[in-house]
Each structure stands twice: as structure tokens, then as C-alpha cells.
Design a protein around this ligand. Structure first.
Ligand code: PAF
Length: 311
């Protein structure tokens, strides 16, 4: 089965490289002729991991081409997913399969509503990857991709061939897995973006730790009200552990701010605030963080630190 990858960010390039290395037919969809020309000059993606740098030759097309898509990997930024899906809609058939692999929550449900539950698998990845340059992906941390369906019906893993090296796991509770990742992202990402700090500083600067704890307490209350089982202990313990083990990392949200790209704050803290509203729970610290990251995004390039702490 041919894989078509929509979203040539870190995860898209990581999957493209691994599928190509596994001998699976794969191509990228690029959205502008300029980007396509840039890609064609390279002729593939570079994968940088423990075993060095590997060049993986593959092809790319524009969204508008007519070839039908058998297996789509949708891994654009979450806020782009609807526009991206529409751009290839004419290429999807009743037999097309879509794997949605995005941060945050909300975009998965939108894809299901548009394409129908039967065609859509939802994934959540803990692989750490970033782009060193366009189409050059560094696989910095080996994780796994949990895959399932929101309605918990059978989610047979998509066919990536027997030699595919990324770790995949069938997940009958993918929605809970997404909530857990959302919880960690809600705790770490907005604060690192606002303080302009590495993840580790959330564990070593007392004011930052207190801010993280306040966000986590509110998240725990919303999860309880929604009946979502998060972690064995309070979210704060888990979030501090992740911040500690990724101490040297700059979170994806801080990187977005620094590169003057829109962040996924609406799909992360924005989603949580909306769920809180529906559950009748006040989450003032998270609402403040949402507003401040929106403001930072608006000012990005001119502001790199918060005017006030969100606590
Ligand atoms: O979004 C990120 O950057 C990561 O999910 C995490 C866990 C916050 C670590 O940097």
C-alpha cells in the first residue's frame, strides 16, 4: 500500500524516512510549488539518529494532483488539519485510510466528522524529533506511537511493512492516551513559552514550579469531572518528571514562538479551557496562560518573556 504523507514537519519526515527505509512506497504532499522545487532539488529526506545520517530518496507531489490516496498520514500542525485535509479531499476514496498524528485535541474529532469513523485511525506519538533544516529530521528520542479509534472498536495497525522500525502499539483507549499527552503539554508548553526557558527550569525555579502545580491542579479537576483516568498520582508529579527527563529540551511551543510560527495553544490549553467550561469548572490559571500565549504569539519576535506570571 502506498503511503501519502501530508505535513513535512518533524514527524512527517520521520515517518517518510522510516517507511522508505522499510521498503514501503511513500511520497510527501507539499503545498506550494516553491517547497516542491526545494524538495526536488534534494530528492529525499535525511534521517539523523543513533546510527548516523541516512539519506532516504523519495518523491513529492502537490496536493492538487489527481492520484488517489490509499493511506494518508495527516501530521500537519493541528490548527492546519482541516485545510490540509480539504486540499487532498478529491484524492480520497471510500477505501482510503487516514492516520491522524497530531498534538493537542480537537483536530482528531474534526477529521472523524469529515471523513467518517471507519476511515480514520488516531495516533499519539512519544517519539522526540525535530527538523535540523527543511527535510532533515533528527530522531532525538525513541518513543512509540499508540494507535486506536475514538469509539474503541478494533483498530488494526496500519500496514507499514515488516521492516518498519518505528514502534507502534494498538491502543484500545487512544482518547485517554491523548488526554494524558494533553495534560503534560498543558503543564509544560505554555509555561516554557511564557518564561522562555528549557523544560528543566520548571523543576528548578520555585516560581515556575508553583505555576506548573497550579495548572496541573486545575487540569486534574477537569479530568476528574470528565471521568478521564490520567495518572496514578497527581498530574504535577508526572509533569515534573517529564520536565526533569527532558530538562535540556526547548518545548515545541517555545520553538514555535522563537521561529515566529503559530503555536498549538488553542488545541492544547484552549481545548482544556473549553472542556472545563462544558464541565462547569473554573480554570483561571489555564485561562490566563491561554491569554498570555495568545498575546505572546501576537507579539512574537518582539517579546520573549511574560509581562506577568500566570499564577
Ligand atoms: O511538546 C513538547 O515539546 C513535548 O511534548 C514535551 C513533553 C513538553 C517535552 O518538550
Amino acid at each position: 500500500m502506498h503511503w501519502t504523507i501530508l505535513g513535512a514537519g518533524a514527524i512527517g519526515c520521520l515517518w517518510a524516512a522510516h517507511l522508505q527505509r522499510a521498503g514501503v512506497s511513500v511520497s510527501l504532499v507539499l503545498r506550494s510549488p516553491e517547497r516542491l522545487a526545494q524538495f526536488q532539488a534534494r530528492g529525499g529526506v535525511s534521517l539523523i539518529d543513533d546510527s548516523g545520517e541516512t539519506f532516504c530518496p523519495l518523491s513529492a507531489t502537490l496536493a492538487a494532483t489527481p492520484q488517489p490516496i490509499a493511506q494518508l498520514l495527516l501530521c500537519t500542525k493541528a490548527y492546519d488539519s482541516q485545510v490540509a485535509l480539504e486540499s487532498v479531499w478529491h484524492r480520497l476514496t471510500v477505501d482510503s485510510r487516514i492516520l491522524v498524528l497530531q498534538n493537542g485535541m480537537g483536530s482528531q474529532q474534526q477529521v472523524i466528522e469529515r471523513a467518517g469513523n471507519d476511515r480514520v485511525l488516531i495516533g499519539s506519538s512519544t517519539d522526540g524529533a525535530y527538523l535540523r533544516a527543511p527535510f532533515e529530521v533528527v530522531h532525538a528520542g525513541h518513543g512509540e506511537t499508540a494507535i486506536g479509534r475514538f469509539d474503541s472498536t478494533d483498530a488494526t495497525l496500519p500496514d507499514c511493512g515488516p521492516h518498519f522500525k518505528l514502534q507502534l502499539r494498538q491502543d484500545p483507549a487512544i482518547e485517554t492516551t491523548l488526554w494524558r499527552k494533553l495534560a503534560i503539554n498543558c503543564a509544560i508548553n505554555p509555561l516554557t513559552a511564557l518564561y522562555g526557558c528549557r523544560n528543566g527550569e520548571l523543576t528548578t525555579v520555585p516560581a515556575y514550579t508553583r505555576a506548573l502545580e497550579a495548572l496541573c491542579e486545575e487540569f486534574d479537576a477537569v479530568a476528574r469531572a470528565r471521568g478521564i483516568p490520567l495518572f496514578d498520582g497527581p498530574l504535577r508529579d508526572q509533569a515534573l518528571m517529564v520536565a526533569h527527563t527532558t530538562a535540556n529540551n526547548y518545548s515545541s511551543m517555545l520553538q514555535d514562538i522563537r521561529h515566529q510560527r503559530p503555536t498549538e495553544i488553542e488545541q492544547i490549553t484552549g481545548f482544556l479551557c473549553n472542556e472545563a467550561r462544558l464541565a462547569g469548572i473554573d480554570v483561571p490559571r489555564n485561562r490566563a496562560a491561554l491569554q498570555q500565549v495568545r498575546q505572546l504569539q501576537h507579539d512574537s519576535g518582539t517579546t520573549s518573556s511574560p509581562k506577568t506570571l500566570p499564577n
